[in-house]
Design a protein around this ligand. Structure first.
Ligand code: DC
Length: 223
């Protein structure tokens, strides 16, 4: 049976944590599309190219080869043969990924790769445009969200655990700015499609969110 799950939502809503667990539980492949935008941003930043400079960004396309590999079930992303999974999780790369993702040509390049992967296998894919553009025919679409305050607090705790100094008000502002950019760009902005199930995780534990999604899959596949 072919079954794809699309999970979209703003930064920090818990998409990757949830998508990973749902995929594990169902034996599906988890695809983190944000990592692809981050990999592009990482490349440009390393080259000193402004992620908003459309012509300069497009001119480099032939020099960028992305690869995905699964090692012990975990997605690793390769840029020109180098595993960069460990270095793309920073705030700076996230900001630049948000900028570079506003360029329609960048999106077209990555969407083609994402659609190709999902064609023959069951996937749980997370991002901003999965239900709207990448997998419009996905069997289940989830819009995962949480209040700005809760998302900022989650990120603040993550930083604290890692011993990174952080300021809650600054994080909150960064989240608001990134939401605005992702939701208001011309090229496939983040939207909640009408056929998505909205799950607000502000007052939910990871297990509760998981149970909710698994029960939606079960309802669907029992029919
Ligand atoms: O989910 P993330 O934080 O890793 O994503 C980084 C940025 O990439 C995000 O701010 C917007 C962009 N993105 C996108 O435009 N479309 C996707 N499918 C995934 C990410």
């Amino acid at each position: 049976m072919k079954y794809n799950i699309a999970i979209d939502g703003p930064a920090g809503a818990g998409k990757s944590t949830i998508a990973k667990k749902v995929a594990e539980k169902l034996g599906f492949v988890y695809i983190d599309t944000g990592a692809m935008y981050r990999a592009m941003a990482y490349y440009y930043t390393g080259k000193g190219i402004n992620c908003e400079d459309k012509d300069a960004v497009i001119a480099e396309f032939d020099n960028i080869h992305l690869g995905l590999k699964y090692i012990d079930g975990v997605q690793h992303i390769f840029l020109n043969g180098e595993d960069i999974s460990g270095v793309i999780r920073t705030q700076e790369v996230g900001e630049n990924a948000s900028r570079v993702s506003a360029i329609a040509e960048v999106r077209a390049k990555l969407v083609a790769i994402q659609q190709d992967i999902a064609r023959n296998i069951n996937v749980v894919m997370d991002g901003r445009d999965i239900g709207s553009v990448v997998l419009p025919d996905a069997e289940l679409k989830i819009y995962l969200t949480a209040s700005v305050r809760v998302r900022a607090l989650r990120r603040f705790k993550e930083y604290q655990e890692k011993g990174i100094e952080a300021d809650l008000a600054t994080i909150e502002k960064e989240i608001k700015d990134r939401d605005y950019r992702d939701m208001h760009r011309d090229a496939s902005p983040l939207v909640c499609v009408p056929d998505a199930v909205v799950v607000d995780t502000s007052d939910m534990t990871v297990d509760e969110v998981m149970d909710r999604i698994i029960s939606l899959v079960e309802q669907d596949t029992d029919e």
